[in-house]
Structure formats: C-alpha cells, structure tokens
Ligand binder design. Sequence first.
Ligand SMILES: *Cc1c(COP(=O)(O)O)cnc(C)c1O
Length: 371
Amino acid sequence: MKTPLMDLKGQYGSIQEEVSQAVLRVLESGHYILGPEVRALEEEVAHYVSAGHGIGVANGTDALVLTLDAAGVGQGDEVLTTPFTFFATAEAISRVGATPVFVDVDPQTYNLDANQLELKGTAKTKAILPVHIFGQPANMDDVVSCARDHEWFVLEDAAQAIGADWNGRRVGSLGDAATFSFFPTKNLGGYGDGGMIVTPDENLATKLRSLRVHGSDPANKYINRRIGYNSRLDELQAAALRVKLKYLDEWNQARRESAQLYDQLLAELPVTTPYVSEEANSTYHLYIIQSEQRDELMAYLRKRGIATNAYYSIPLHLQEAFHGLGYQEGSLPVAESLAKRTLALPLYPEIKEETIYQVVKGVKEFYQGTI
Ligand SMILES: *Cc1c(COP(=O)(O)O)cnc(C)c1O
C-alpha cells in the first residue's frame, strides 16, 4: 500500500455530483470568463475572510504581482519578505522591478521574524510581504504595527492559509491586501490554476479589476487606462471552487484533528512537531516536522511506500535566480538550518487514522534502527 502526501482524487470523489453539476451549469451557460460564477466566488471569499473586495485572477503568483503593481511597488523599491517560502512570493517582487529583502524567520513558527523588520527596513522599503507558511499565521500584530510606523504597505501571502485565524481574525483581513492561490493542492484548490486578491481598499480593488483585463476601463474594455495583464479566474474554476468553499471549514478542521494525532504519536520521538502560537489557528496546509536526519528519514519512508517532501530545501536567498542579490550561506541562519531539517508527512482532510499510525510506525522504526 502506497501512502501519498495528499489525495486530490479522493476529495473529488466525495463531492463529485455537486462539482459535476456546477461545471455543467457553466458549460451550458455560454459564459466562460469573468461572469456570474467569478463574481459570486469573489463575494463569497471576501465575506469568508471578512475582507471587503475580492478580485479573481489566473493564479496565486499573479495575485501577488498585480497587487504589488497596483500598490505602486516597482523599480527602486524594496519589499521585506521571508526566505522560507515558495519561490513565487519573492519572484513576484522581482517581477514588478522591486528588490526582495529577506528577513530571517522565527525558529518556532517558521514565519518571518517581525523583530527584525526595523533592522532590515531602509528609505527604499515600500512594503512588507509576510507569508502564513504551512497555514500558520505570521505575527500580524507586530508586522502591522511596524508597517504603520513607516507607512509601508502590508500584503499577506495567504496562499497556504485560507481559513486560518490570528487573534480571532481571519487571515486575509489583517493587512492592506491579501492573496490566495487555488492551485489544486492548496486547502481550497480548484481543478486547474486560480487565485484571488482580497482588500478592504475600494480604489485598489478597482485598479486590480482593470489590471487583470489589460488595464482597461471597467465600463469599456476597449479603452485602456494603463498597461495591464491578462489574468483572470475562469468560470469553470470559480463554479467548482464555490462548491468546495462550503466544505473548507470542515476540511481544515479534519486537518487539525489529524495534526493533533500526529503530535501525540510523535511526541516521544526525536523529531520536532509543529509549534502553533497561542494567537494562531493553523490550517495545516502541510504537516511539517524537523529531523536531524531528514534526508535519511525521507529515504527510509520512501522505501516503505510513504511519500514525504522537503519543504523548502533551498531558502530563497540561496536560489540561483536570486544570486545577484548577494546573499551567501550564513546570511540567514535560521532559514538555512530549517531548510536542512524540515519535511512534510502525509496530511489531507480525508486521511485515515490508520494511515497516520502507519506513517508514525515508519518514523519510529527508522529511529529504532539508527539510535
Ligand atoms: C502556491 C503558492 C503561491 C503561488 O500560487 P500559484 O497559484 O501556484 O501561482 C504563492 N505563495 C505561496 C506561499 C504558495 O504556497
């Protein structure tokens, strides 16, 4: 029996009827781009995260790029962000012509260490881009208060954290804007690419709606107000995502319960289980542990048919694409040490208890063999 890291097909099976109906409804409507399904999903997601306006776009990366662009971040500007994230976060900063400035992460939460923001800020700093990594919210009290002192824009990369809370407030409602990804593996994943921006700022929302359609005027798409993009969420994805949004809380709760079981079963073993700060309610996008023998443990589990993955084995400041920024090994020691130790164990809403027991048994036997 193979144990996958996640099981997208299994989830589809549980909502097949509803998704098929939604997809057929779109196919028969004749309206495929920026129609009633996208508008409805935008309202539903904005309402779900208490965030004002929703703007559907082609993917989570574009959501970041368009928002930075709309906020006026560009050439000559610096954006403070974390090196321990998916590449797209910092790629978006470079894509608009600005420079990512990496701030080392907190060793417990793996999120950017807000205490270092002051130190890394300069006269060129324009924005902070915190990521709620693996579903756990960054310390948004400290991020926002630092940003307010300097009038920096706050963009939450909430690609992994839809449904997470910080101090009782939904992630996505805590900064000036936030982005979500509907990539199939995300907690709210479509059947293809998709993304959304949410913001309480009506002017920003209007600009984003224009940017996603070639910078056109909302009233007349053949009048172009600015250089934009072609980046839309399509109706088929929106219709399917509307079905899935109804189950999101239930699925996130199931992830939390499975994570708790892992926590208990792994407690006696020499691995570090996820730390969740008191203010946070994580979505457990991934269940990440640390092991001093990460690569050996992964190889051992692979041999037993248990899939794992090393998120993230190269911190962004050491990625080849960012070589020109001048960071070196040792620049950001916490992120670098995590990159050598972290791995994700199988976790998805439908995972069975017996699967978790099996995975833990594998981890246990690895350590019995090596100690
Ligand atoms: C997935 C992800 C993105 C990019 O989203 P896409 O929809 O794949 O473009 C950005 N940031 C983080 C943290 C992600 O996990």
